[in-house]
Design a protein around this ligand. Structure first.
Ligand code: ZN
Ligand code: ZN
Length: 347
């Protein structure tokens, strides 16, 4: 039983862990999940190779990854450059920036969990390239790369892809992480994320897996039941300075986490994944440690974590589960994807 408040050092906020009031536990019955066999190519998918998109533009006949400008950007070069100033205390500015889509694979029916480690490493290389290329532009202060996966987070097209917003501002969470990381460095001479990694290693109960240079853990201060951080062990402010070997090992850990997610309830596991990289606005980010955060919205197969009074009304999270237990659950999952196990006739 865990009933306490835990400090989130990267966000500077309390998380209420109230895992003592277990609601009905999930008894492990098989989920009614119809996994219709998807074709690897769909003529009407706007992400499949060679297909036309709503804009009329046609996708390349790509064979690995494919990057294109979002046809419905939320920030873009076409945003009105001159916006009328509001009255009073309010301020505004043009919504300039770049929105892009990155397709992971030409195959419509794959997810990140299904890609080979070398293919995920190639994707990391593409993300790095985008971060450097866009981040170097004067008007870009930050590059946010994220994937929304699953209908429960609003994605209806299963074709594996992520999005990228290169913006003229720094997203709030990154701004906070960057600030507290620099403060920690100035006050202690240490990297905040390294202190987190050390605390996770010292405890050990929340580590999902690790190899020589990369690690996955469900942090002490997790806000979501199955929140997982994946990171290189050495401090890099972004993907820019990772070596090829580090990218490969990070890809291996990522793949294994994704397989464990899917294996948990033997269904494609929905999540929001975000790459937290240092801003590109020219600031001092030596204290920043690049990491990938997974925020899965489900607590149980058909049970969403609803954001309500504490989260939306008050701004702090209330968690009904103990990170130590959820980490143990994930760690216990096999490293072979259930889909593959089924195909090979294993239970
Ligand atoms: Zn497709
Ligand atoms: Zn973060």
């Amino acid at each position: 039983m865990t009933w306490e408040q835990r400090w989130h050092p990267l966000r500077e906020e309390w998380v209420i862990v109230a895992a003592h009031r277990q609601t009905r536990p999930w008894i492990g019955k098989t989920v009614e999940h119809q996994e219709a066999a998807l074709a690897d190519y769909l003529p009407d998918c706007y992400l499949c190779p060679g297909n036309a998109r709503v804009s009329g533009k046609r996708n390349a006949h790509y064979t690995s990854t494919f990057v294109f400008d979002n046809d419905h950007p939320c920030v873009g070069s076409d945003a009105p450059p001159d916006v009328a100033a509001p009255k009073g205390i309010y301020r505004n500015r043009p919504a300039i920036g770049v929105s892009r889509v990155v397709c992971y694979s030409p195959k419509h029916n794959l997810t990140l969990a299904h890609l080979e480690v070398f293919e995920i490493a190639e994707l990391l290389r593409v993300w790095r390239e985008q971060y450097i290329d866009l981040g170097r532009r004067n008007e870009i202060s930050h590059v946010l790369i994220f994937e929304n996966k699953g209908e429960v987070v609003g994605v209806s097209n299963p074709h594996p892809h992520c999005q990228l917003y290169a913006t003229n501002f720094v997203f709030k969470t990154i701004e906070t992480e960057a600030r507290v990381s620099q403060n920690h460095l100035a006050e202690t001479g240490r990297i905040l994320f390294q202190d987190i990694l050390k605390s996770e290693h010292d405890d050990g109960r929340r580590i999902i897996l690790e190899n020589q240079s990369a690690i996955a853990f469900l942090p002490y201060f997790a806000r979501y039941a199955y929140e997982v951080f994946v990171a290189p062990k050495e401090t890099h402010a972004s993907l820019e300075t990772l070596t090829e070997a580090e990218r490969l090992e990070l890809a291996a850990v990522l793949k294994c986490v994704l397989i464990k997610f899917d294996n948990l309830w033997q269904m494609p596991f929905p999540y929001v994944m975000a790459l937290h990289q240092a801003p590109t606005d020219g600031g001092d980010y030596r204290g920043f440690h690049f990491h990938i955060e997974f925020h899965p919205p489900l607590r149980q197969p058909n049970l969403l974590k609803y954001l309500a009074g504490p989260e939306i009304g008050g701004g702090n999270f209330l968690s009904d589960t103990a990170p130590e237990e959820k980490a143990a659950e994930l760690r216990a999952q096999p490293d072979v994807h259930y889909g593959q196990a089924r195909r090979e006739g294993k239970p």
